[in-house]
Design a protein around this ligand. Sequence first.
Ligand SMILES: [Zn+2]
Ligand SMILES: [Zn+2]
Ligand SMILES: [Zn+2]
Ligand SMILES: [Zn+2]
Length: 834
Amino acid sequence: MSTYSELCRMYGSEVDEEELQTRELFEKPRGERRWLGRRNHKGKERLHNAVKDSNYIEKTVTSTEPLSKNAIRKIKESTKDELELNVSYSLDKKNRWMGADTVALLGGTPENLNAEIVEKNVVDKSIFAVHSKRVNFEQAPGEFDVRSATSSGKGQHYSNFLPKSRELGKKANANQVVIKLPKNSIWKNMVTKMKLRMKKMMVIMSHKTHLKTLLTSDLYVDTCDKQKKKKKNDRGSPEVLNALEPEPDYTNLLNIPDYLRQEGFTFEKFDITFHNQEDNFERQIDELRLEKKLIIKDLRPQQYLIDVSEWCQLDGEVKDGETTAVIVITQLKKNKYNFLINSTIAIDPPKRGCVALIKRICHATTLRQAISHITSEILTARKIVETMRISIQFYGRKTFPELLRDPDEWENQMVNMSWPNQYYHATWANSEELSQVGGKFEWKDLCAMAKRDSKLKTGYTSNDRCGSCNQGKRSHELYFVNNESKLKCTECLKDEFYREVRARRVPIDLETDTADELEYLPTFVPLTIINLYIRMISEIIYKDLGAVGDFEKCPACKSAVFFESTSEEDAKKNQNRSCPCGYSWCKHCDRVPHWPLKCGDFAEWEEKWFLRYSMKHAQGSGTETLLQVTCSCQKQVYNVLLPEEFIECPGCKVNVNMNTMRTVWKHYYYPYDPVERKLIKKGYYVVGEGYKKSPYVPQAKVYTDIVKIPGIKASVIETCGAARDIRFDVHFRNRAVYREHVLIRKGIMEEEAVENLFGTSVYLVETVTAWMYMTNQFDRSVMQTLESMMENRKMLMATLSGEESEAIKECIKKLRKDINYVVSAVEKKNSQIS
Ligand SMILES: [Zn+2]
Ligand SMILES: [Zn+2]
Ligand SMILES: [Zn+2]
Ligand SMILES: [Zn+2]
């Protein structure tokens, strides 16, 4: 779902209280539309001008042979820049990218690799130039040639730059330059083709003129009906698209309070006096500047913004794709400060509110200590919030915002639970090769894009009255606006910002006299909204520049991920999507990837399949009720078919008598309830008969009448069940991947293939079987191939435990053949239907 549709989702039908009170603000515009007013035009044009000529670079590795992840990692490590693969970087940052010229980039690539730098237009994918490195083994090590082929004027297709076609037809009418260069890196064991692709953001001339005309006229004020939208869509002039987005009126204004409730946030402001602090403010801040993981920005004298995002994240986790937390500290008096905690992560309800916060951090002896106290709380909260998201998908009894609001739920979140659904979205459990992997954007670059021209300095004032609401405010709550002609308080500015975001009149210029308005926004707008705003702008700019596709926020790492439009024929890539971080989902329904099943069929299938699969693995042999128990050990969920006398948790081995619901003695294990356990530890309690009486109180029990569970054909359950058993088994996956690494190190295997083959094969067995069943398209040969796939998978696993190179290769080949057959057979069937 794109940011835009994310917004649409938020245009709730309920009318927000706050909006009702300020109804006149949202009155339907009469006459000339307000959001086409001059100021916003200017803002948009300025933004457009600021980014239209900017260069982006993206490093991707492509190869004629499939490359293993390990090989890709090695290539990445061997190139001497800090560019992550497949991330678009802005080339505007002066010092950082001064050296990003063709020669330096090629020089940074590994030896023995043919590397190319491809300059291309992202609008139409045409290529302006190809610079290729020619490794000449007769030259001294450290030297290589560069051959540049450039296209004059319009871009060309890549094939036109290949030496062969140039000699034949001179299509590219290119100039060839050969430069001899000293080489600086030596790298062995890798002969493959690598392309460093330089992305050049350019707007073709006609496009530019077109845009200008549109921007300065009010021509398209009334072009909102659907037909015209479609037509313009086809013509592919992207700037028209966002102008044609639904007209902001009551029904489709972004509901900000609702968005905040859905996403969660922390925005806490309070004054605090530290009694135990001796060092002065500036010195403490200077010391904090030495912390590598903190980013400190000077806002005004005595006011600093500290980006603590990295402190709110564990080492080794996938890096957050957005700013998640900042703390703004303003010194009021010697040891008296104003603290502002602004985070996208919600914290425990009883821990919110200034009184509670002050109490917890006022004893800190340094600011650093206070900050780390806050960040470790956010870190804990983050883990709980994550389990909440998993648990709503599992139980579905409460919505996410409801869980966030309920203090009991915060206490009861089972963070150590192995959830049956926790790997559903993992690419290894689905299939990376059957989904479209999006391009991740660097958050800093998106922010840079959203910035407005910076002023020289930030004007500031003493305590005064706000020029808008006339309330008396303290100096750090006031901003000069319109060239120091007026004062506005943070509350008024926030209202103004919300008003603009609501109507999607972006970019927003509050006209504050600050060096960089975007950096000051976190002092009065929740980060959750600022991040949404940055995504909105980026999407609009990119589409203005001609990019065709969707922006999405990765549900796992929160990165802004761009998915280019795919061709209509490639249905699987139109449906399954993955973030480079390893999270995948369905483009249309946000659920687990499920191609070739359509969303509706999948929803129906999933519901009964989940229960039937649970029954397959349930304890007991009753025929009346399926009971799903979330054990009190908070580690395991298990199923029982009732009636049954005894049940046992596979995690903690507690044995329960179903007639009395009391735990039963099991040699070596005594389950006690927590109170008793504490008493025993303290020595108040003698181990004896008492344990027999302790009642078993699971975290959750769900009963389902077996007769009400829709049936599925036994053979389908059999096939799908066998696939599912391995599909989400993380231990199996880890063992296989580990074993493969060992074999690669020993030189028995050449490249990584196992993760993808295993993921794709079991994914196909489960979903294609379900698809044939749900859509009545039984196909004997597909069915047989699926069966042989399971067999070949087993064989591959068996050969992996040995060390015979040829046998492994053979198995991989067979499995690959099966996969290709099934995919093409399904595609053929689907195209016949449609
Ligand atoms: Zn005000
Ligand atoms: Zn991600
Ligand atoms: Zn779907
Ligand atoms: Zn248990």
